[in-house]
Ligand binder design. Structure first.
Ligand code: UDP
Ligand code: MG
Length: 326
């Protein structure tokens, strides 16, 4: 069997050679045939030059470079399309995904699992963030159609058929946590101790990005927010009808009285806010449709040491023919 590693890299010039060395050592110890597919996601710091040097020195290195920063989801997709192995491990270039775990992943793969998922503990994370994450995952698992798990990221091994399954999902808005869960197959999960990012490195997960990612998770895999809009609308209509009856009955029994304007203002602003939220939810879905209908490519290639025609656009046809190299 042959192992592929897919490594998205965005401005990783400081760690990339250290990463490559650590990975190389581990893979040598494992002693299987392998290739490493580095995907430079439009780095501006010389990561591409570093990758070219690595490729010159090491024939197992293959690299792709994007014309600009397209995001990690696109980088992973590109890597998966070009990976040729029977099993593919996706990992970060910043040494937060310990290469020592690859051996264990392979062992599980050999026991027959299609997805071997490494789940990080939350050691060292700020307490508030852990709390938020717990609440969020509790909520989303009540809600979404696929199960998403706290601490589970992109660090995992995928069998060939799992990769082929992922490649069939060609959507533009790629919420990979959900995609991985969507494809299914035999999965197994193990935990590893969280590795802190280097202290000089700012996490790209600002509060705002986390919030947006959270919304993506809520909206990418179901249409329940729209359903919720209907329920809330029905509930409010019922409340309004009840209130109207109450006012009329009170007027008949006690004569007409003029209640304060506070009720009125509260009702107007409350309803206005609610309508805006619901419009926003609908807008989110329309925005997604807008991007999907454009059918733009997920990325543009600038440079590679592979044959650009060698990518796997679609999984092999059932008769064994493949579309690779078309
Ligand atoms: N990355 C990427 N494109 C981006 C941002 C990040 O390819 O636009 C890569 C990055 O080089 C790293 C991995 O994705 O290998 C995870 O990124 P990062 O460490 O910034 O995220 P975190 O560990 O905080 O989730
Ligand atoms: Mg990281």
């Amino acid at each position: 069997m042959r192992l592929s590693l897919v490594v998205p890299c965005y401005n990783e010039v400081e760690v990339i050679s250290r990463f490559h060395q650590a990975l190389g050592q581990e893979l040598a110890a494992i002693g299987r045939a392998y290739e490493i597919v580095y995907v430079d996601d439009g780095s501006t710091d010389g990561t591409l030059d570093a990758l070219v040097r690595l490729a010159d020195a090491d024939p197992s290195v293959r690299y792709l470079s994007f014309s600009r920063n397209f995001g990690k989801e696109s980088a992973m997709l590109a890597g998966l399309r070009y990976a040729t192995g029977d099993a593919v491990v996706i990992m970060d270039a910043d040494l937060q995904h310990p290469p020592e775990l690859i051996g264990r992943m392979l062992a599980e793969y050999e026991r027959g699992f299609d997805q071997v998922i490494a789940r990080r503990t939350r050691t060292g994370d700020p307490a508030t963030r852990t709390l938020f994450a717990r609440a969020y995952y509790w909520l989303i698992n009540k809600w979404a159609d696929v199960e998403l798990m706290d601490g589970v990221g992109d660090f995992r091994l995928l069998s060939r058929r799992a990769v082929d399954g992922l490649l069939e999902l060609n959507e533009y808005n790629r919420f990979s946590k959900g995609l991985f869960a969507w494809i299914g197959f035999e999965s197994i999960l193990f935990e590893y101790e969280n590795v802190k990012p280097p202290p000089d490195r700012k996490s790209r997960w600002t509060f705002r990005r986390l919030l947006e990612y959270g919304f993506d998770g809520l909206l990418s895999f179901n249409n329940k927010p729209l359903r919720l809009a209907i329920y809330v609308g029905l509930l409010l209509t019922a409340v309004a009808a009840g209130y109207a009856v109450w006012v009329i009955v009170a007027a008949i029994l006690h004569g007409v009285e003029m209640p304060g304007y506070v009720t009125l203002i509260a009702a107007i602003t409350g309803l206005g806010g609610l309508q805006l939220v619901m419009l926003g939810v609908i807008g989110e879905y329309i925005g997604r449709i807008y991007y999907e209908t454009k059918k733009r490519p997920h990325y543009l290639l600038k440079q590679t040491n592979m044959d650009p025609a060698e990518r796997l656009e679609k999984p092999p046809a059932p008769d064994g023919r493949t579309t690779r190299g078309r």
